[in-house]
Design a protein. Structure first.
Length: 305
């Protein structure tokens, strides 16, 4: 079983030809409402790939909250530990998407900010039944640290997507088995600018020296760099036509967890996760773009992988 502790957001998505400069107004498309939130995206991605998944999080007592819980349930994710917080708005993400498929996201955390360390401690029984815990950083940092402690105490493997980037306490590095930053997050955490594979390796090495055990550095169209100790392996991405990169990183981490749980082989799990990341960017939206297991298997088979 996979447990996810994290955020649920309603994504309000507007497509623009180009992003506005400061003080400028541009017209965009009609707004689309798509289920999102890095935590909920990971939970749904893992469930669609065949994982048994339970989510721990909070939504507000508004229509967005009920839709977000319904989305999880429709994907087969256990929602008993998703609480409805009275008098609070659900998390909302304001997303602009440009013609190249690149996005900018502003998150209003709402109920996600009310997920407290005591809330995850209260779910220790559920987290202890999992073999992997997926974490991200859209809920308060003390809550993320407490969730990692609860997991580690019970021998559960911890995978942290350090997004959005923020300074992390040294304890969290030690509690995490797999750290899955993208290049911006890795650069911010390591203070090593990343411009190519060589600088990516330097950043990964710095993260290891800060206490990270294993780093899966997501490089977008350049694939993924795996670092463990003084070993570095680069796996190129599957080339695809990019429509929208939203949730690709979330899907990557979830896919890695599902595949790693199935056979325990990091390299096979990375190849599977690369395929899932590639398929996710070929469709628009967050939860609307997360692929099903059959699609991933067909994609890999067509490429002889
Ligand atoms: O990673 C993508 C997600 O980031 C979006 O779904 C949005 O809700 C923000 O949390």
């Amino acid at each position: 079983m996979i447990a996810v502790v994290g955020s649920l957001n309603m994504d309000l998505v507007v497509t623009v030809r180009r992003r506005p400069r400061t003080g400028e107004t541009v017209l965009g498309s009609d707004v689309r409402f798509v289920g999102g939130g890095k935590g909920a995206n990971q939970a749904i991605a893992a469930a669609r790939l065949g994982g048994q998944v339970h989510m721990v999080g909070k939504v507000g007592d508004d229509p967005f909250g009920s839709t977000l819980i319904a989305n999880l349930a429709a994907a087969g994710v256990g929602t008993e530990a998703v609480q409805v917080e009275k008098g609070v708005s659900s998390g909302v993400a304001f997303i602009t998407l440009d013609a190249a498929g690149d996005n900018q996201i502003i998150v209003s955390p709402g109920a996600n900010a009310r997920l407290m360390p005591a809330d995850v401690r209260a779910q220790a029984g559920l987290i202890g039944q999992a073999r992997v815990l997926l974490l991200q950083l859209e809920t308060p940092l003390p809550t993320v640290v407490e969730a990692a402690r609860v997991a580690r105490e019970q021998g559960v493997t911890v995978v942290l997507d350090p997004a959005p980037a923020q300074p992390l306490p040294p304890e969290l590095f030690r509690l995490v088995d797999f750290l899955t930053p993208n290049e911006h997050e890795a650069a911010a955490l390591s203070r090593q600018p990343i411009t190519d594979l060589r600088s990516a390796k330097l950043a990964a090495a710095k993260l290891i020296s800060q206490g990270a055990r294993q780093v899966l550095l997501k490089l977008g169209g350049e694939g993924v760099l795996f670092a463990c100790g003084n070993r570095f392996e680069h796996m190129p991405a599957f080339p695809v036509k990019v429509v929208d990169t939203t949730a690709a990183g979330d899907a990557f981490g979830a896919a890695f967890a599902v595949a790693w749980l199935e056979h325990g082989d990091v390299y096979r799990a990375l190849s599977f996760a690369n395929a899932v990341g590639a398929l996710t960017v070929t469709k628009a939206g967050a939860q609307s773009s997360l692929p099903y297991r059959k699609e991933v298997e067909a994609f890999l088979a067509a490429r002889g992988a």
